[in-house]
Design a protein around this ligand. Structure first.
Ligand code: HEM
Length: 336
């Protein structure tokens, strides 16, 4: 006998009621929280902070190194510490860190996580994930360099998979167009505004000549320099980065005046044709991104507030929870 209308209605109602109950709970399970280690490892932030501040004093490049490492971890299959995994000795299976786009990540970022993990394993064994350590250390360095202090939500588990060939298509390139950047960021759940705000991380750190040398001599096949580079900056960059035969190790600062200070100068620089990468400068040239670039260039507080929010958003990309999807590695470079 076909069910009567009222009983169908009851089933539908019951079903949608139970779905509405289970959905938020399911979502809640994947949500990160600030106090995740309140009971299991209450001193986690303090322990990491003493390491990050020491490293920042001894080698300020640890800051940009760690912030970039976190970005590259999050964009390739989520913030799950998979970038830290090293290929097994003798194995042909390369991991994310072996990929071409990650070759220039500085060792300092990996080293900070390694040291923090060693300390944490001695105080709270098997508890704190490598991916949470990286998220906390990146925030510490933003703050140590003069940027905002924002709360880091925690509870990430470490991913079990790290594949070199997943990297290229998931990371932006220095000559990406704004269209390509928007598309990539949106595939990670990030908006055009997030793109502009997160790019502000280029207020600190350095880039190798090969990332911008085409702009200096042959911009997009024109045999001419990029018209959107200030002539004085062009001259200076050409001295450090000759067209042929320069050293592959030479780097130039993103922010010529304060390369270790986390401020909002990045945006004003773009307005003055002082962006280092074509992808940076493009944010000032595109009508979809230019208004926010101009606004942030005038308002440091607004940038700082927005940066903390955007880092939290980036830090929750593809987060893994629980034993089925993740693990807590004892050694961040070794997947067990
Ligand atoms: C929007 C697209 C982006 C592109 C195309 C891009 C590209 C690059 C490139 C080519 C370098 C220089 C690498 C080298 O030569 O060593 C670099 C450095 C850096 N990037 Fe990005 N990046 C982007 C977004 C981001 C984001 C979202 C963050 C962090 C939130 C970030 C943080 C950094 C930092 C801190 C450095 C300096 C690293 C150092 O000095 O060790 N970048 N980026």
């Amino acid at each position: 006998m076909p069910p009567s209308i009222p009983s169908l209605l009851t089933v539908t109602l019951l079903l949608s009621f139970s779905l509405s109950l289970s959905k938020p709970a399911g979502r809640r399970r994947r949500e990160l929280i600030v106090d995740y280690y309140a009971k299991s490892c209450p001193q986690v932030e303090q322990l990491i902070a003493s390491l990050t501040s020491q490293h920042f004093k001894e080698a300020p490049v640890s800051g940009p190194a760690t912030i970039r490492l976190f970005f590259h971890d999050c964009f390739v299959d989520g913030c799950d510490g998979s970038i830290l995994i090293a290929a097994k000795a003798g194995s042909k299976e390369l991991t994310e860190k072996d990929a071409e786009d990650n070759k220039e990540l500085r060792g300092e970022g990996f080293e900070i996580v390694r040291q923090a993990k060693a300390v944490l394993e001695s105080k709270c064994p098997g508890v704190v994930s490598c991916s949470d350590i990286l998220a906390i250390a990146a925030r510490d360095f933003v703050h140590l360099a003069g940027g905002p202090y924002y709360q880091v939500k925690k509870g990430r588990w470490d991913g079990k998979i790290s594949i070199a060939s997943r990297v290229k298509s998931n990371l932006p390139q220095s000559n990406s167009t704004v269209d390509q950047l928007i598309k990539l960021f949106s595939s990670k759940g990030l908006t055009i505004n997030d793109l502009v705000v997160l790019s502000g991380a280029h207020t600190i750190g350095f880039a190798h000549c090969k990332e911008f040398v085409n702009r200096l001599y042959d911009f997009r096949g024109t045999k001419q320099p990029d018209p959107a580079i200030d002539p004085r900056l062009l001259k200076e960059l050409r001295m450090s980065c000759p067209r042929f035969g320069g050293s592959a190790d030479v780097v130039a600062p993103f922010d010529v005046t304060t390369p270790f200070l986390f401020d909002h100068a990045y945006y004003a620089n773009l307005g003055a044709k002082m962006g280092l990468l074509a992808s940076d400068q493009a944010l000032f040239l595109d009508p979809r991104t230019k208004p926010l670039v101009q606004e942030l260039g005038k308002d440091k507080q607004k940038f700082f507030q927005a940066f903390g929010v955007a880092m939290e958003k980036m830090g929750s990309i593809g987060v893994k929870r629980g034993r089925r999807h993740g693990e807590k590695r004892r050694d961040c470079s070794l997947h067990v």
